[in-house]
Design a protein around this ligand. Structure first.
Ligand code: TXA
Ligand code: MG
Length: 320
């Protein structure tokens, strides 16, 4: 299997997608958060191809996806009580937990760490595909590294056509932001990546949950080090969009409606945090398709999902 593929197949049968994964093929599929680029974890060559297809730095580990929690014992050394409680509350769903890994999990998957990140997605199609595959599947977000995650199969196609074996033509992802990542290898749950499950929700189940204390360069969460979620257009976070002037080369994404929105080349008003989260990446991609130079994003309140949205927006706006 070479690096580039003349043709990426489009699929609509979950059984077929699962079968291809079981053979070691690279198949992108929908989850409730974003599309994932799947590869069965016991094929070293498959894991290597995931990194190549995405252009992903080799030291950024992958999340292992399971059809159900009952197979977790196959990949982790132990299941601490904090993890059982969080799984009970949020699995299947958009929560990734980090465990001590079993020896057979290859360093390609975990980027050499002795821990492994695992989640069991809630999306019914994802579950059917994982079930049909019958083995654990590593799946980073199905985008070229650094770009906004893909929440539609068309966006996966835009980034990865010719680089992977197949794309499942599923629905638009409902959540739109990646899973929350929580490290369960220490004395208490540690939030590594903000996401679909909020800190408040985690603390409701485990009041001792703490936020990542260290700087992004910390090895605990290697993925935080890199450029992420960035469209080609420059992203600017704006507190008060009423001061803005629109032109055909500028895009505006706002939480409140604005009568001057039509002055922009692309304008979207997303009335609540759920919709904002669900559509922000697709808005970025649409702005790029239209050749926008600047994307203005109205800041959102840092409550509930707002915290994860602001995390993604500020990373998209980072310019070094
Ligand atoms: O919602 C999601 O999580 C999506 C869908 C497809 O499931 N996947 C996703 O994968 O966002 P990716 O590869 O884009 O992000 C994986 C994140 C990175 O921040 C990475 O550093 C972290 O998980 N991660 C993976 N393994 C880890 C580990 N052993 N310890 C700490 N962080 C880990
Ligand atoms: Mg990603």
């Amino acid at each position: 299997m070479g690096e580039l593929h003349a043709e990426t197949r489009l699929l609509d049968d979950p059984e077929e997608a699962g079968g291809l994964l079981a053979e070691g093929r690279l198949v992108a599929f929908p989850t409730e958060t974003v599309y994932g680029l799947g590869g069965a974890i016991h094929f070293a060559g498959t894991i290597e191809r995931i990194f190549k297809a995405k252009g992903r730095p080799a030291d950024n580990p992958l999340i292992v996806h399971l059809a159900q929690a009952s197979v977790l014992e196959r990949v982790v050394l132990e299941i601490p009580r904090m993890a059982s409680e969080l799984m009970e509350a949020f699995w299947p769903g958009p929560l990734t937990l980090v465990f001590r890994k079993q020896a057979w999990i290859s360093p390609g998957v975990t980027a050499g760490l002795d821990s492994v990140a695992v989640r069991s997605p809630a999306n019914p199609v994802a579950r059917q595909i994982l079930q049909a595959c019958g083995c654990p599947v590593a799946a980073p977000s199905a985008n070229r590294s650094g770009r906004p995650s893909a929440t539609t199969w068309q966006s996966v196609f835009e980034d990865l056509n010719g680089r992977i074996d197949a794309i499942f033509q599923g629905e638009v992802c409902q959540v739109g932001l990646e899973s929350t990542v929580v490290d369960c290898t220490g004395a208490q749950p540690e939030l590594l990546r903000l996401g679909a499950i909020t800190l408040e929700q985690l603390c409701f189940v485990r009041p001792d949950t703490i936020r990542l204390q260290s700087k992004p360069s910390n090895v605990n969460s290697p993925g935080l080090r890199y450029k992420h979620y960035q469209p080609q257009a420059r992203v600017l976070l704006i507190e008060d969009v009423r001061q803005l002037e629109g032109t055909k080369s500028r895009a505006l994404l706002s939480l409140t409606p604005h009568e001057f929105g039509h002055q922009f080349g692309l304008y979207r008003h997303l009335p609540d945090l759920g919709k904002y989260a669900a559509e922000v990446y697709e808005f970025f991609r649409q702005a790029d398709r239209l050749g926008m130079e600047t994307i203005f994003c109205e800041s959102v309140p840092r409550t509930g999902l707002g915290e994860a949205i602001m995390d993604r927006l500020s990373r998209a706006a980072e310019n070094d």
